[in-house]
Design a protein around this ligand. Sequence first.
Ligand SMILES: [Fe+2]
Length: 313
Amino acid sequence: MHKLVLTAEERQDFDRVLDGLTATADDWDAMEAIGRAAEAAHELPLRLRAFLARARAEESAVTVVSGIPLDPALAPTPTGWDLAAKTAAGRREELALLLCGSAMGDAFGWASQQDGRIVHDVCPAPGMEGSLTSASSAKTLSLHTEDVFHPHRADYVSLLCLRNPDAVGTTITRIDSLELPEELRAILSQERFRYYPDDSHTGADPAGTTGRVLYGAERFPYFRFDVDFMSGEDPEAADAITATQEILGAAADRVVLAPGDIVFVDNYQVVHGREPFAARYDGKDRWLKRLNITRDIRRLYADSGRRSRIIGA
Ligand SMILES: [Fe+2]
């Protein structure tokens, strides 16, 4: 894991950049905010910019920046992303995430997820405790590739932690940490798997897509995996999913995000999950902002034939 901790002076500088951005943001327009954040990112502390530039160039699997300044008067944790969407709760923090995210790539969203918003809210929602979405709490979120079903899934899932009072762990397993038996590796490298939209997507094609689990360079492999939203196209492939899930689970690390931490999870090299916790709905629950990042938005424009950052819009 690559980690940078901002100094007190760097935090002040970061805060000043945020002040400049928020002062001009009367009417929130996420698309416009992306451009403004990219421009203002050049005013961020040099050490931070250099750190992110190198993380991107070297394909760092897990990149953490600690000490992002949060608003001392941060709103209470909303009880669901839909309620968060109706307010400007955490807007300043969304800009902080867009600022750092612009150094890693291009932000995008999904028409089928959180109403097509660019920056998502990850917070527990009443009635969703046992769901397989980021609104859950009591249920473990198993290790997964974000939006595993889609060819334009993120290169990076980025999360900015606003609150995490119970030190709930984010679980991660890197592909390069795994000892995969040769036979299993061979099956995972073949087009014998089907991937489905997860439950956070409404209206996405339920038929999903087919593909391989392991892809890319043999010495620097990428992978896509989500045991809850994939199936084998034949019994041997199905067994390979079970075997891989066991290996992934046994190799899992955990990262505990603290308020002011941003993590960039490389969605090609790392699967991530979340430990269960008890939501209290008292305004102090765990709350993250989430941003999907692609390294080149034009891959999406070219394939969709539309110049939209919202997939499926
Ligand atoms: Fe996720």
